[in-house]
Design a protein around this ligand. Structure first.
Ligand code: DLZ
Length: 155
């Protein structure tokens, strides 16, 4: 984890089944987030499957399915990745709010930890800085995986 006050978490995902869900807007940043998430999953020892959705607004419904809402097996942990960049209308606020509250709701209702890897940025450079790409300052895809697995291993 990175940033002021960030903890060192123990990330042993041995025996855990993770569903990694990724939105598709802002491809370069998403590619970085996905690569970082996959690196962290391999390092943790967890097994995982991947699901793509169009935008960050669609992350909660896919997370709900992955967490067992509506039937089907529940993952041990879910990780949601997305990139929302502020535009000239209030749309940004609605998509960010829907993704954040929807993912929180899934996690609290099901007890399945949901790693929050949704970047909410004022511009593309802020997103690139956090994407885990060469030259990025932070790797938020990996951090979302680490948080979800550390939580799942504790519960
Ligand atoms: C429509 C839209 C816009 C303008 N911007 C983004 C964005 O920056 N990041 C993102 O993940 N999704 C965006 N979307 C798409 C919405 O999330 C959603 O897919 C559509 O509103 C259709 O439900």
């Amino acid at each position: 984890m990175s940033g002021a006050g960030a903890p060192n978490v123990i990330v042993d995902g041995t025996g855990l089944r993770v569903v990694l869900i990724a939105a598709s807007w802002h491809q370069q940043v998403m590619d970085g987030l996905l690569a970082g998430a996959r690196r962290a999953l391999v390092a943790s020892g967890a097994t995982w499957t991947e699901v793509r959705v169009p935008g960050s607004f669609e992350l909660p419904v896919a997370a709900a399915r992955a967490a067992g809402i509506g039937g089907g097996p529940a993952a041990d942990a879910v990780v949601a990745l997305g990139v929302v960049i502020r535009g000239g209308t209030p749309h940004f606020d609605y998509v960010c709010s829907a993704a954040t509250s929807g993912l929180t709701d899934v996690s609290v209702r099901t007890g399945v930890p949901v790693g929050f890897g949704v970047l909410t940025c004022d511009d593309e450079q802020q997103a690139l800085d956090r994407a885990g790409l060469e030259g990025s300052k932070e790797d938020k895809g990996a951090e979302a995986v680490e948080a979800a697995i550390a939580t799942a291993a504790t519960l």
